[in-house]
Design a protein around this ligand. Structure first.
Ligand code: GLU
Length: 476
């Protein structure tokens, strides 16, 4: 049973790298019937923003990954951290360091000049003298002076850091504020973490956190450091490549299940399988199989997956999602037919809305090229006769197949080619030549509305004088 967490610092919005880490943590907890917890790491007052916290919570709501406990805020846990800092001081496992900024700077410069990695030299570690005046001390933890800090990472394998790679780092600033690596370790213990999944940019923090665990006598959780998501060129993902706020994906018309499916595959796989329902993710995901190398963001794949989910979720769900894009289909009597028709070609909810609008909106203008190409001298007469057929059978024309049944004989009798009839009708009904099947569009709009639109098109565009104007415009 794994207890996992996602612990974002609200210094910016939640982006997809963070969401992937959260998803992996969530899946692992749920798969093992454990718990997934959300913790907001907001101790850095200067860099945190309330908007970012809101956006993070909003993103979790959107994708439906709920925390199994009240969301914890580090900013509200100050007393706990102080208690543990005092405990370490009392036990001689941490100490006050009175080094001034200038002294620290001078030490760093000397070390750099000697081509050494800057590290604190431990000068106050065993200090028993009188502290210098006027300096508020920081508190440093005693890191091991020799040996190694080792752990078995679930992704990276055996990790080993020599004692020389971790110095006596600061666990509380001179104003008493605890530092990042200290609070993470304390919280992960207090929140009972068994497994910590996080980005591999945190790998070098882990030995420091192990120093804290060891000093406090806490059991060390299992770590999984997840490689980054790069852009297709193998560089760090930028905003342009998709490193946006997770909520931007909602605005762009993605379904959360498509985004999660996309993310689960970015860095983990199960053979060639691309589509994973949440149940399948839960059945198959194992953090021990996370790829060792960085993965590449692939927008086309995300679009393709989104198209898949748009085609496969219920129409009821689509109606609900479309409201966000000001597309209200609830009361429309042909909504099922309309959605079945439009979702076939839509990869995003925005494309779906556009396809719906393309059919439902009364055209305000007509595609000039289409008019020039498909509206001939005989077109109006042909449309008039076709409308007579539609009117005659009006009562029986409900489904696309009903319309096909009266249209095909009309085409044959009049020795027409399909586009001769279909394109003028498409232009009349939607303004352009790109609409789906004419039978479908007439069925969705109904015979009455279709006839109204054909008549309007004839009046406005398809009569002889407008054809002439059209020709003149083109000639001019
Ligand atoms: N707060 C850290 C971040 O947002 C994550 C810390 C962790 O997962 O251990 O990058």
């Amino acid at each position: 049973m794994a207890i996992t967490r996602f612990a974002p610092s609200p210094t910016g919005y939640l982006h997809i790298g963070g969401l992937r880490t959260a998803l992996y943590s969530y899946l692992w907890a749920k798969k093992t019937k454990g718990e997934f917890k959300l913790r907001i790491e907001d101790t850095d007052q200067a860099r945190n923003s309330e908007d970012a916290v809101k956006a993070i919570i909003e993103a979790f709501d959107w994708v439906g990954m709920d925390s199994d406990c009240e969301v914890e805020y580090q900013s509200k846990r100050g007393d706990l951290y102080t208690k543990y800092i005092n405990q370490l001081l009392d036990e001689g496992k941490a100490y006050k360091c009175y080094m001034s900024k200038d002294e620290l700077q001078a030490l760093r410069e000397t070390q750099e000049a000697n081509k050494q990695t800057p590290r604190y030299d431990g000068r106050y570690r065993d200090f028993t003298g009188t502290p210098p005046e006027g300096i508020e001390p920081v508190i440093r933890i005693k890191a091991p002076l020799e040996g190694k800090l080792e752990f078995e990472d679930g992704v990276k394998g055996s990790m080993s850091f020599g004692a020389d790679q971790v110095d006596d780092f600061v666990i509380a600033r001179s104003n008493g504020a605890p530092t990042y690596n200290f609070v993470v370790a304390v919280d992960d213990h207090l929140m009972a973490m068994t497994d910590v999944l996080r980005g591999d940019d945190h790998l070098t923090n882990t030995p420091k956190q192990m120093v804290v665990y060891n000093a406090l006598g806490f059991a060390i959780p299992k770590f999984y450091h997840i490689p980054m998501i790069n852009n297709p060129q193998g560089k760090k993902l930028s905003k342009r490549d998709g490193a946006m706020n997770v909520m931007d994906y909602k605005d762009l018309g993605y379904l959360p299940e498509a985004l999660l499916n996309f993310l689960v595959r970015l860095g983990w796989s199960n053979g060639d399988q691309e589509i994973f329902s949440l149940d399948e993710m839960l059945e198959l995901f194992d953090p021990n199989n996370i790829n060792k190398s960085a993965s590449a963001y692939n927008e086309e794949k995300l679009l393709w997956l989104n198209g898949h989910y748009i085609k496969n979720v219920t129409n009821e769900r689509l109606i609900k999602e479309l409201k966000f894009f000001d597309c209200e289909l609830h009361g429309h009597d042909k909504k099922e037919m309309l959605l079945d028709l439009c979702k076939e070609r839509a990869n995003t909810l925005i494309e779906l809305k556009q396809a719906i609008d393309n059919i439902l909106a009364v055209p305000l203008s007509y595609d000039k090229k289409g008019v020039k190409k498909f509206i001939k001298e005989t077109t109006v007469d042909m449309l008039e006769s076709y409308m007579v057929i539609l009117k005659e059978h009006k009562e029986t024309l409900h489904l696309p197949v009903d319309i096909e049944l009266v249209t095909k004989p009309f085409i044959e009798t009049n020795e027409l080619k399909f586009p001769q009839l279909f394109q003028p009708i498409r232009i009349s009904l939607t303004g352009g030549t790109q609409a789906p099947s004419v039978y479908d569009v007439i069925a969705v709009l109904g015979v009455e509305e279709s006839i109204k639109r054909i008549q309007a098109a004839i009046r406005q565009n398809f009569n002889k004088s407008s054809l002439e104007t059209c020709g003149k415009e083109e000639d001019a």
